[in-house]
Unconditional design. Structure first.
Ligand code: NAP
Length: 249
């Protein structure tokens, strides 16, 4: 039976790279997106062209419970029960100090980055857990190096949301370890994607890469390779890990 992977926020960036690499490695892939349907469909087409496996795009705002439930049902109907989940969908906001931030900004950040990840993990556990008649699986959460650096003066709300992801990873890994499910997180550093433009700093990677011990930003593919290892059976004894993919920063 083919393994089925759902990648949230896979219409571009790290999510798209992960979906494509997973297709190469033989997974059937569900490419989630929130607004960019055509970009998600392009990833599907590339995934099928590359690997000949099955791939679908599926819309859902991960912060919307009804849409997430419908997404998991669609994936189960079209591809089968999920055995892999990558909680990748996440948002940044413009650089600001705490004393300049609005509550509306914090709510959006936490609803997408934190509640969205909990919600998708909940639905995945319901399909994967041996407790619910499933065959087990693997969950990888996208945290950030910001979780340990704090991002002062820039976006400490984002950093705090990723700190919540680290703690969630530790708790869920222990909760479902005996039910055939491994749960890990990746903490990327400066990765060259469009998320920096959404935070108002399109040149952020170039401006800060001299601070990275490896002396460059990372690529989405370099993060995807770590995600795929954690998803794979080669990581069969690895759970509750917070893996830094940050060039030493
Ligand atoms: P990105 O290029 O901005 O892509 C974000 C993706 O998330 C898009 O596909 C977007 O799809 C989707 N998305 C946004 N809100 C969503 C929602 N509510 N529901 C479903 N999908 C949603 O970001 P990225 O750089 O690849 O980052 C991916 C993950 O890695 C994020 O969790 C981010 O925090 C984390 N990360 C990134 C870096 C970095 O330097 N790039 C560093 C550390 C951690 P639509 O456009 O269709 O909405």
């Amino acid at each position: 039976m083919k393994k089925v992977l759902l990648v949230t926020g896979a219409s571009r960036g790290i999510g798209a790279a992960t979906a494509l690499l997973a297709a190469h490695r033989g997974w059937d892939v569900a490419v989630n997106y929130s607004t960019h349907a055509q970009a998600a469909q392009d990833v599907v087409v590339q995934a099928i062209a590359a690997a000949g496996g099955r791939a679908i795009s599926v819309q859902a705002d991960v912060a919307n419970e009804g849409q997430v439930l419908a997404m998991f049902e669609t994936v189960r109907e079209k591809l089968g029960p999920v055995s892999g989940l990558v909680n990748n969908a996440g948002v940044l906001d413009v650089a600001a100090r705490l004393d300049e931030m609005s509550v509306a900004r914090w709510r959006r950040m936490f609803e997408i980055n934190v509640i969205g990840s909990l919600l998708c993990a909940r639905e995945a556990v319901r399909q994967m857990s041996t407790r619910h008649g499933g065959s087990g699986g693997s969950i990888v959460n996208l945290s950030s190096a910001a979780a340990r650096m704090g991002a002062p003066g820039q976006y400490l709300d984002y950093a705090a949301s990723k700190g919540a992801i680290d703690t969630f990873t530790i708790g869920l890994a222990k909760e479902v370890a005996a039910e055939g499910i491994r749960v890990n997180a990746i903490r990327p550093g400066l990765i060259d994607t469009e998320i920096h433009a959404s935070g108002g700093s399109p040149n952020r990677v170039r401006e800060l890469e001299h601070l990275v011990p490896i002396q460059r930003g990372g690529t989405a593919l370099e993060v995807a390779q770590a995600v795929l290892w954690l998803l794979s059976d080669e990581a069969s004894y690895t759970t509750m890990s917070l893996l830094d993919v940050s060039g030493g920063r």
